[in-house]
Design a protein around this ligand. Structure first.
Ligand SMILES: CC(C)(COP(=O)(O)OP(=O)(O)OC[C@H]1O[C@@H](n2cnc3c(N)ncnc32)[C@H](O)[C@@H]1OP(=O)(O)O)[C@@H](O)C(=O)NCCC(=O)NCCS
Length: 237
C-alpha cells in the first residue's frame, strides 16, 4: 500500500514537473519514460535536452549556454551538474548509466561527451572537456569510483615563450574502452586511451595510454599486471 501511494505520488510530481518545463518552454523532450524531478535548468534558445529510455534527472543543475548544443540522457543523474558553454557540443549518456553528485564541464565548440550504457560513477567525480573538436568517450559498463577526475584539458593555457605566442598544452581527447575500472581518487589526463577490462589503481595519475586487460598504478600510472579481468560484484575472498 505504502509503495503504491509512493509510486502514485512520484508519478504525479514527475508529471507536474514535465508540465512546468513545457509551460516555461524549456526545450526538454521527455520520451519513453524519461522524467525529471526538481532539476534546475538554464537553456539558451537553440539548445535541446532529451531525456529518454527511462532516463531520470533527479535534482542537479543543467546549464546549456551557446548555440546548437544537445544532450540525450537515458541514464540516471542524481544531483549532477552539467555545464555546457559553447556551440555545437553534444552530450550522450547511455541506458542504465548512473551518475551521482558529479560535475561535467564542457567549454568550447564542437566537443562531444559520450558515456555508454551501464557505466556508473561514484560521487564527486569531475569530467572536464574543453578546447574545440575535442571528445571524451567512456565505453560500456565502466566503473568509475568516487572522486575521480577525467580531464581532457588543463583548463588554462601554458605558453612556450615569455611573449605568450604559442600554447604548449592544447586540450586532447580521452577514450576509455568498454569495462574499464578507474579506482577511487584516480585521475586521467588529456590524450589518453585506456583499453578494455583495464584497472587503474586508487590514487593513480594516468598520463599515457594503458593497454587492455592491465592493472596500472602510481603517479604516473605504470602497468604492474597483464592479462587480467575484473567483475563488478563484491569480492568474497
Ligand atoms: C589496483 C589494485 C586493484 C591492484 O590490486 P592487486 O592486484 O592486489 O595489486 P597488488 O597489491 O599485488 O600490487 C601490485 C603492485 O602495485 C603496487 N600498487 C598497488 N596499488 C597501488 C596504487 N593504488 N598506487 C600505487 N601503487 C600501487 C603495489 O605496491 C605492488 O607493487 P610491488 O609489485 O612493487 O610490490 C589495488 O591496489 C587498488 O588500487 N584497489 C583500490 C580499488 C578501488 O579504488 N576501489 C574503490 C571501489 S570502486
Amino acid at each position: 500500500m505504502y509503495r503504491y501511494v509512493k509510486n502514485v505520488l512520484l508519478k504525479a510530481i514527475t508529471f507536474l514537473f514535465k508540465c512546468c518545463h513545457l509551460i516555461s518552454r524549456k526545450k526538454i523532450l521527455f520520451t519513453d519514460g524519461g522524467a525529471a524531478i526538481f532539476p534546475s535548468v538554464i537553456l539558451d534558445a537553440t539548445n535541446m535536452i532529451s531525456v529518454c529510455d527511462k532516463g531520470i534527472l533527479h535534482r542537479g543543475k543543467l546549464s546549456f549556454k551557446g548555440r546548437n548544443n544537445t544532450a540525450e540522457i537515458s541514464g540516471f543523474l542524481y544531483k549532477t551538474m552539467i555545464s555546457v558553454d559553447g556551440d555545437d557540443c553534444s552530450v550522450l549518456i547511455g541506458r542504465n548509466c548512473s551518475i551521482k553528485k558529479c560535475k561535467i564541464v564542457i567549454k568550447g565548440n564542437n566537443n562531444t561527451l559520450k558515456i555508454d550504457d551501464d557505466t556508473t560513477f561514484g560521487s564527486d567525480c569531475w569530467v572536464v572537456l574543453m578546447g574545440n573538436d575535442n571528445k571524451i568517450e567512456i565505453g560500456k559498463d565502466c566503473m568509475i569510483a568516487e572522486n575521480v577526475d577525467i580531464w581532457a584539458s588543463d583548463s588554462h593555457p601554458i605558453f612556450g615563450d615569455q611573449a605568450c605566442r604559442k600554447i604548449i598544452n592544447p586540450s586532447g581527447s580521452i577514450i576509455l574502452s568498454d569495462h574499464v575500472w578507474l579506482g577511487k581518487n584516480s585521475t586521467v589526463l588529456k590524450n589518453v586511451e585506456i583499453g578494455k577490462n583495464a584497472v587503474v589503481g586508487t590514487g593513480s595519475m594516468v598520463t599515457k595510454n594503458i593497454p587492455s586487460c592491465c592493472i596500472a598504478v602510481g603517479n604516473p600510472a605504470k602497468v604492474v599486471n597483464e592479462g587480467i579481468n575484473w567483475d563488478r560484484k563484491h569480492i568474497n575472498v
